[in-house]
Design a protein around this ligand. Sequence first.
Ligand code: UDP
Ligand code: MG
Length: 323
Amino acid sequence: MCNESDKKLISILVPCYNEEAVLHLLYQRISAVIEPIQTYTFELIFVNDGSTDHTLDIIHELRAKDSRISYVNLSRNFGKEIAMIAGIDYLKGDAAIIIDADLQDPPELIPEMISWWEKGYDDVYAKRRSRAGESMFKKWSSHAFYYILQKFTHIPIQADVGDFRLLDLQCLNALRLMRESQRYTKGLFSWIGFNKKEILFDRAPRAAGRTKWDYWKLSNLAIEGITSFTILPLRAASFIGCLLALFALIYMAFIIIRTLIYGGDVPGYPSLISIILFIGGIQLLFLGIIGEYLGRVFNESKFRPLYLVKDYNGKSIIDQRCK
Ligand code: UDP
Ligand code: MG
């Protein structure tokens, strides 16, 4: 029989933003799953991402009952991507399982993830077989996004895979090294590599509460995904610019020759305007793309901390550099 301290620790990381409606249920479901697992000890780490409801109170309540629970209380809402890295920085496990608070990721998959980890996989991720409770448009747009991202980047980014996964300490440490502030974590998971294993599950609709994502946030995430992993749009700008210049040169030669042979005539006003508008539109589009990348350089060059922690398990963090 092994001693408690010999057992490996698995951290279950739950980013929470206004999740008061589901936390009790989540805790019950996770406890029921981990209770029979005797071979590991567990830590349940909640990241309170600046919730404005009673999420933090519920976390306190749960922590008073169960010493396996710890929490990181961020100073404001930083978004899920940042909440995840805050949790990863603070968790103590030899492996971590990231799970959404709303029970869309079934905790019942945890034992299967652990069993693959034991077989030597470092990153066991859950892929959605179905997307119950999501509109046709959301499904379609997400497919289109993954398709474009796959085409643009050289890193295989798995479609229909969320953040629900088990990560070995090696992967966690790799993620801890990546301090970019505009994070596209799904891409980072692929970028780090290591031994990956896919398992399938049916994604349930939210247990309660509302999704924090709207199409504005999702389209921003899509731009984030593309601009943080490839400079192909910039390259496309160069190519299209070259093509247009070449076309313009040929057209110019054609006009000169035609004028020399047939003499000058009054140039077509509508064609002139449409060409000016077309070129102007393309110029603005590419200026926007360049701006996207410049904005990223600007944001990263400030070297701000990714997040600020108000307290960790009730202990205020005075020096944000130390954990
Ligand atoms: N979340 C967060 N900070 C945010 C938004 C969301 O920590 O600013 C958490 C949220 O509490 C949940 C998870 O991220 O645990 C997924 O959020 P949600 O269910 O709203 O996203 P969806 O499932 O619709 O993609
Ligand atoms: Mg959800």
